[in-house]
Design a protein around this ligand. Sequence first.
Ligand SMILES: Cc1ncc(COP(=O)(O)O)c(C=O)c1O
Length: 381
Amino acid sequence: MSYQFNQIINRQNTHSTKWSKFNPQTLPFWVADMDIAAPDFVMDPIRERLEHPIIGYTDEPESLTEAFSDWLEHHYQWQVPAHWIVWVPGVVPMLNLAARTIAPDGQLLVPTPVYYPFLRLAENAGITDLQIPLTATKNARGLWQMDFDAMEAALTPATQMMVICNPQNPTGRCYSRAELSALARFIEKHNLLLVTDEIHCNILLSPDARHYPIAGLFPEIADRTISLYAATKVYNIPGLTCAAAIIPNAQIRKKFTQAKAGLLPGISPLSYVASEAAFRDRTDWVAQLMQHLRQNLADLSSAVGDRLSPIQATYLAWISIKDLALEDPESYFARAGLGISPGAQFGDPDFIRFNFGCPQSTLHEGLDRLKKALNDAPRAY
Ligand SMILES: Cc1ncc(COP(=O)(O)O)c(C=O)c1O
């Protein structure tokens, strides 16, 4: 079956966060949702559930946990017992809960640039963090990578936890087996807990990219990890928040279950059925979507050339504007008819983030505007 990703779907009047932020003439390429319909095999169970007129509080279906652990086994040969899995209404709440389990004098290690909620975790939890830049300079292919020397030098006795995102938003890195092995040794050596957000795991664009769940690959560190997954990114149902935290260690799991009680809302029954259908997917919908995104990435790459960081995963492009003298890049590009995310939000003002998860014609219109805006911008040097 051939799926269609180029249909223009009008999202005005849906209160879409993406489409409401800028004026109607501006094309939005910022927040990480796609202008692409979720597949019918995810939408149909929602429609079926709506046949019942009562949307009451709903327990976690065992079948969802089963679907998720089958999915982990199918894709990553990772066998995860059901009792390791804690369902939460979103990855971001889980990241914040994780930070809140750190002692008040504790410290969080955060490689940057990174998805902006990571940068607020410490402040929200009333602790401090160490934000250590990834480096794009040591790898021959210009890929961003974790700077273990800098992280090691920055660590203090108070550092208790490290939070990472793999694949990485916004740089598009998908860490290699060797890097994850180095990371596993690093967190063991320094007695850290690792929280790893793997929500973009199945949005792999480069043929040599492969996702490895670090806790599955290195069972020796599983006890000190919390791995976060959700079906909401790749199937484009981020409004139906539902995420899984895999917590092998019983004590840590208990801490989390207690920390979330009364704070987090329950998960919607519509989110449960949609996520379950997504985890049960064995069609080639995702593979076809990847073909579409690869083509979009190729077009983007032709438009912006070597401004683009090499991207292995995600539908988010990290584009250098280091040579431009822009005081407020978000406003500058908005005036050019483009809604982008300024890099400063992620911890690096020399870049902008551009979401290319959209139909081709939307992208092409956006790229025309982007090329012109980049050409017209004042130069810093
Ligand atoms: C790396 C990453 N983690 C988490 C989220 C959001 O997750 P949730 O909506 O489940 O809180 C996003 C959304 O863009 C993301 O890019």
